[in-house]
Write a protein that binds this ligand. Structure first.
Ligand code: NAD
Length: 356
C-alpha cells in the first residue's frame, strides 16, 4: 500500500462519498474510517465498501484522546482527512453545545494526537504526512449582491455551527504555525448529491415533493447558496491531500449560485420529467414560506480560482446535471431513505460492538 488515509466522519454524507471514491479509484490506498455514528452517521452509506479488505471501520469519538492516539499508532496513516462534525445549522441553533464539543474540542483532540504521532514518525514520513481539515464557506459570513469569498476573506461566522467550524479552522492553522504540523484547510460551499441525510434542503425537498407534502422554504426563498456536487468536492479533497501545500487554505466551490426557491422549483421540474407517471403536484402550491432562520446569511459565493490554478481541480458537473442525478438517486433508493425514516439504520448500529 502506498497510502493509508484516516478519514473521520466517513459514515456521513461527504465522508462516505470520499471513502467510496478512494476505494473505487485508488487500488493502492487503504482507508480507516473513524466515525461516532451520531444520527448523521449511516453505515448503509458505506455498504459498497464495508467488506472491502482495504477498508476498516472504527466506531469512535474524535474527542476520545486515548482512542485517537491508539488508532494513529496502530494504523500509521500517511494522512488524516478530517470531516467529522456536527453539521446542521438548525440543530446548532437549538443545541449548540454538541457543536462546540465535536467541532472544537474534537478537532483539537485530533490535531493534538496527530501532532504527537507526527513528531514520533521518521523524518521522510513526517514530510509526506498531511492533516486535511475540511471546512465550510459559512465561516466567512454573508455577502451582499456582488463578490465572492476568497481564501483571505476575514472570518465572520454568524451561527453556532459556523462559529464552531471557524474555531476549528483556526486551530488547524495554529497547529501548523506553532508546531509545524502539515495542516491544510479547505472551505467549501453547499454540497448536494446521493446519500445526504434528509434534513438538508435538497433531499428534504425531493422527498416532500414526491409525496405532495409542503415544501418549507425560509423567508422569501431568495437566500443564495453556491452548490457543488459531492463527488466533485471529494475529488477536490483528494487533490488537496495529495498535492496541497501545508499551511495553505483552498476554497472549493461549484460556480453555481442559486436562490433556494429556484432550487426547489428545479427539483419539482426534474421529478415531473423523470417520473411523469407519478401524481403531479403544482410546485408553487406546495411551497410554504416559513419564518426565517435566525441570523440567516443572505448570500454565499466562492471564488475557487486558487485550487483550480494550483491543484488543477475543477467541478466536473453542472448544477443541473448533478441535481438530475441526485433526484434520480432518491427515486431509485427508497430503501436507503426508508431505513432512515423508520430508524432502522440506527437500531442496527447500536448493536455494533465498537467495530466492524
Ligand atoms: P454529516 O453530518 O453528514 O456527517 C458528519 C459525520 O461525522 C457523521 O457520520 C457523524 O456520525 C460523524 N461525527 C459526528 N460527531 C462525531 C464525533 N464526535 N466523532 C466521530 N464522528 C463524528 O456532515 P457532512 O455534510 O458530510 O459534512 C462533513 C464535513 O464537511 C463537516 O466537517 C462539514 O462542516 C463540512 N462541510 C459540509 C458541507 C455540506 O454542504 N454538507 C459543506 C462544506 C463543508
Amino acid at each position: 500500500m502506498t497510502r493509508t488515509y484516516l478519514i473521520t466522519g466517513g459514515a456521513g454524507f461527504i465522508g462516505s462519498c470520499l471513502v467510496r471514491q478512494i476505494i473505487a479509484e485508488e487500488p493502492a490506498t487503504r482507508v480507516v474510517t473513524l466515525d461516532k455514528l451520531t444520527y448523521a452517521g449511516n453505515l448503509d452509506s458505506l455498504q459498497p465498501v464495508i467488506d472491502e479488505p482495504r477498508h476498516r471501520f472504527v466506531q469512535g469519538d474524535i474527542a476520545d484522546e486515548a482512542l485517537v492516539a491508539e488508532l494513529l499508532k496502530t494504523e500509521q496513516p500517511t494522512a488524516v482527512i478530517h470531516l467529522a462534525a456536527e453539521s446542521h445549522v438548525d440543530r446548532s441553533i437549538d443545541g449548540p453545545a454538541a457543536f462546540v464539543q465535536t467541532n472544537v474540542v474534537g478537532t483539537f483532540t485530533l490535531l493534538h494526537a496527530a501532532r504527537d504521532y507526527w513528531r514520533a514518525i521518521p523524518s521522510e514520513r513526517q514530510q509526506a504526512f498531511r492533516f486535511l481539515h475540511v471546512s465550510t464557506d459559512e465561516v466567512f459570513g454573508s455577502l451582499g449582491d456582488d463578490g465572492a469569498f476568497v481564501e483571505t476573506t476575514p472570518y465572520s461566522p454568524r451561527s453556532p455551527y459556523s462559529a464552531s467550524k471557524a474555531a476549528s479552522d483556526h486551530l488547524a492553522r495554529a497547529y501548523h504555525h506553532t508546531y509545524g504540523l502539515p495542516t491544510l484547510v479547505t472551505n467549501c460551499s453547499n454540497n448536494y448529491g446521493p446519500y445526504q441525510f434528509p434534513e438538508k434542503l435538497i433531499p428534504l425537498m425531493i422527498l416532500n415533493a414526491l409525496e405532495g407534502k409542503p415544501l418549507p422554504v425560509y423567508g422569501d426563498g431568495l437566500n443564495v447558496r453556491d452548490w457543488l456536487y459531492v463527488d466533485d468536492h471529494c475529488r477536490a479533497l483528494r487533490a488537496a491531500a495529495e498535492r496541497g501545500v501545508p499551511g495553505e487554505t483552498y476554497n472549493i466551490g461549484g460556480n453555481s449560485e442559486r436562490a433556494n426557491l429556484d432550487v426547489v422549483r428545479l427539483i419539482c421540474r426534474l421529478i415531473d420529467h423523470l417520473r411523469p407517471d407519478l401524481p403531479h403536484f403544482p410546485c408553487d402550491s406546495l411551497v410554504n414560506f416559513v419564518k426565517d432562520r435566525p441570523g440567516h446569511d443572505r448570500r454565499y459565493a466562492i471564488d475557487a480560482t486558487k485550487i483550480r490554478r494550483e491543484l488543477g481541480w475543477e467541478p466536473q458537473r453542472t448544477f443541473e446535471e448533478g441535481l438530475a442525478t441526485t433526484v434520480a438517486w432518491y427515486l431509485e433508493n427508497g430503501e436507503w431513505v426508508g431505513r432512515i425514516s423508520s430508524g432502522d439504520y440506527q437500531r442496527e448500529r447500536l448493536g455494533l460492538a465498537g467495530e466492524s
